[in-house]
Design a protein around this ligand. Structure first.
Ligand code: GRF
Length: 202
């Protein structure tokens, strides 16, 4: 399959996917990176890695539907089969998400269903949780709610700041996102009747 990566910013998860996909045995290729922000640092990094990039600037569209239609058109033109959201900071319409059901995944920097939304590391520290982490999930119309593919946990340490905790989580993000993409592209992980089915997982 051909994978499209949607970004809005620094693109470190995008790079982990690009690097993983460069391995000869990886079951997919990164066909294109799309950013909604022209100045996203990830765009420069993708170009340096020789991945085709496109800008679909949300500010150029009247509403979410027309922005999503432009995104979908770009994905179709690039013959994308699977979409990875990697720090993509726009909410997608129900219509687009439904069209890509089972073929669109996201990474979230918390152990869902805890800490949906933004500022997850600050909130984890404020709650005093002792274990935090990240989640890769299939995208469904409601934000940060989709069926879970993989999670990784990290300890929260006594003297953690949002920055130190976030860095520990990010390291795990870079490991699990390529793993999840591999499972989906090999067909070993699928969405069936709204649930994740993973071959060989009892
Ligand atoms: C990551 O923490 C990811 O989990 C979240 O946004 C951040 C993006 O970072 N969705 P990067 O652009 O991949 O470096």
């Amino acid at each position: 399959p051909r994978v499209g990566v949607l970004i809005s910013g620094r693109g470190s998860n995008m790079m982990s996917l690009i690097e993983a996909a460069a391995a000869p045995d990886f079951p997919a290729e990164i066909g294109c990176v799309i950013s909604n922000r022209p100045d996203a640092h990830g765009v420069v990094r993708a170009q340096a890695a020789n991945i085709p990039t496109r800008i679909v600037d949300h500010k150029a569209y009247e509403d979410r539907s027309s922005f999503d239609a432009a995104l979908d058109e770009a994905l179709t033109e690039e013959q994308i089969d699977v979409v990875c959201l990697a720090g993509f900071m726009r909410l997608l319409t129900r219509a687009l998400v439904m069209k890509w059901t089972g073929r669109m995944i996201n990474i979230h920097p918390a152990l869902l269903p805890s800490f949906k939304g933004l500022n997850t590391h600050e909130r984890a520290l404020a709650e005093g949780v002792k274990i935090h982490g990240c989640t890769v999930h299939f995208v469904t119309p409601e934000m940060d709610v989709g069926p879970i593919l993989i999670q990784a946990a990290v300890p929260v340490l006594e003297d953690d700041t949002p920055g130190s905790l976030g860095a520990r989580v990010l390291e795990q993000e870079h490991l699990v996102y390529p793993q999840a993409l591999r499972m989906v592209c090999e067909g070993r992980a699928r969405l069936e009747n709204g649930r994740v089915v993973i071959d060989g997982f009892e």
